[in-house]
Design a protein around this ligand. Sequence first.
Ligand SMILES: Nc1ncnc2c1ncn2[C@@H]1O[C@H](COP(=O)(O)OP(=O)(O)OP(=O)(O)O)[C@@H](O)[C@H]1O
Ligand SMILES: [Mg+2]
Length: 208
Amino acid sequence: MSKGRFITLEGGEGSGKSTALSFIETWLTSHKIDYIATREPGGTELAEEIRALFLQEREEKVHELTELLLVFAARTQHINEKIKPAIEQGVWVLSDRFVDSSYVYQGAARSGDIKKIDILADWVLEGYLPDLTILLDVPVEIGLKRVEQRAKNDRLDRESVRFHETVRNAFLERASQHDHYKIVDASQPILGVNHDIEMCLQYLNNKH
Ligand SMILES: Nc1ncnc2c1ncn2[C@@H]1O[C@H](COP(=O)(O)OP(=O)(O)OP(=O)(O)O)[C@@H](O)[C@H]1O
Ligand SMILES: [Mg+2]
């Protein structure tokens, strides 16, 4: 049996990850491909509890290393309990954010130590790296305007515009350095975004 493919969606707040995820779900269903959709931080009961801890507003300062370890603790659980079993059974995995978000948020944006992230990634991922990472790239003002309409903002949504610029640039830099990335211009109308995503999916589906 062939292994399932692993697709991750990355990008800043309001770049359209959730919108893209539901388009990909429709595409996979119409191609009769078995898949699971999941997200990070989270994806399992325990990992979702860690996510809630991580996003909660609190008086106590959250040390950068604590944040990094929490995210990787959730990821360890996610990989072992959900991602690995699916891929081994030939099921495709679709994740809203994955390890690249750690490099960008806990790394570049928080001036974290990239070497520590490399070590954790090497330790935790066990080779379960995405076959395709779709980076939804959108100017910060457009992304923030899209999420502004939403009622509930969390801790990360309220970071400064500069923080979001750093995030965008860090994603673009990672994309330029890694072959599994495809950059999609997410400032286009949704139909254009979907078209570009479909090209990526066809390519991945035909690749052996
Ligand atoms: N290409 C687009 N053009 C216009 N509006 C869009 C586009 N893509 C998504 N939107 C809208 O922007 C908002 C944010 O999109 P979405 O929730 O998919 O982003 P997200 O990346 O998942 O955000 P978050 O990081 O907060 O989870 C939604 O209201 C969605 O309908
Ligand atoms: Mg979303």
